[in-house]
Design a protein around this ligand. Structure first.
Ligand code: AMP
Ligand code: FE
Ligand code: FE
Ligand code: ZN
Length: 290
């Protein structure tokens, strides 16, 4: 694979999860899978934590890949769950750390409440969920889904999300998450680049109003994740226009979760120019080059 004029090579996938959050593989395994699928630049973006960076970065460099440290920060706009990808920020930043600690802490109590709700109707206990998490991973509904699978109540995560874990079923509980404006500011002030993840999915997670997106841009938003399997085609066109108008970065990625989702590494990619812009803009942590 030839090295580009920017000094890094090959297809870039900037959104992948390990078992430090709700992916099913270790950071090194995620890197190995990405490499096997032809990805040559990757970012590890676990939900609300950055503890996988060291292992993933080592594995990436050892394979001749470029590594961008990242995170997918949970946020909330009104009733919408909004995910803000942060790249190249300083993981020691006190304000950002305090916020991610708060989100992860609240996610535990929230997951326990969901399990208690489900336990009224199904044979499921909190220990079943604990058995499905490694380390002190960011706990979410995917781990509850895995516990439901282990109990033989559903076949896979998809069936769990379409059924028992769907808010309409009545077992769902929300967790604490900051406003997207706060999320963008925290990432930006920690030297990072904030990119809204899958901004135009269908269904309940409808797009934030354009006027609000413009406030995020004024607050320092760096770009949009446009090429993502859950974005609608009309939504992508709308986002491309907004991005062009404000000269924003646009990315494409897989949102790989190991065997937890059908998404495969490299199914969507980010152009070299856009990776270069991200790298030029992020000042909190350096990328790692082979
Ligand atoms: P939570 O943040 O705990 O509410 O759970 C949301 C997470 O569940 C997201 O990060 C997704 O990765 C994952 N997720 C959502 N829908 C599905 C699905 N249908 N199958 C597998 N994982 C899903
Ligand atoms: Fe996830
Ligand atoms: Fe997400
Ligand atoms: Zn994700």
């Amino acid at each position: 694979m030839a090295t580009s004029s920017h000094g890094f090579a090959g297809p870039a996938d900037l959104h992948l999860h390990s078992n430090h959050s709700d992916g099913t593989e270790s950071p090194a395994e995620v890197v190995a899978q990405a490499h096997a699928h032809g990805v040559r630049t990757l970012a590890l973006t676990d939900h609300d934590r950055s503890t996988g960076w060291g292992e993933a970065g080592d594995a990436a460099v050892a394979r001749g890949m470029t590594f961008l440290p990242g995170m997918e920060l949970s946020a909330k706009h009104e009733w919408r769950s909004v995910h803000v990808l942060g790249y190249l920020f300083d993981p020691a930043d006190a304000a950002l750390r305090a916020e991610t600690d708060r989100i992860r802490g609240d996610r535990i109590g929230r997951a326990e409440r969901i399990v208690r709700n489900i336990g009224r109707d199904y044979d499921l206990q909190w220990d079943d969920v604990v058995a499905q998490t490694t380390l002190d991973a960011t706990v979410g509904r995917p781990h509850i889904a895995d516990a439901l699978v282990a109990r033989g109540i559903v076949r896979d995560r998809t069936e769990a999300f379409d059924g028992i874990l769907h808010p309409r079923e009545g077992y769902y509980e929300p967790h604490y998450a900051p406003d997207p404006l706060t999320a963008v500011r925290l990432i930006t002030e920690a030297g990072g680049v904030a990119v809204i993840a899958h901004p135009v999915t269908t269904g309940r997670d409808r797009m934030m109003p354009v006027s609000f997106i413009e406030r995020l841009i004024a607050a320092g938003l760096g770009g949009f994740e446009i090429d993502h399997r859950e974005n609608t085609e009309t939504g992508k066109r709308m986002l491309r226009e907004i991005a062009a108008k404000h000269d924003l970065i646009i990315t494409g990625s897989s949102d790989y979760h190991g065997t937890g989702k059908p998404n495969l590494p490299g199914e969507n990619t980010t152009s070299e120019d856009m990776v270069a812009r991200l790298i030029a803009r992020g000042t909190g942590t350096a990328p790692r080059f082979p």
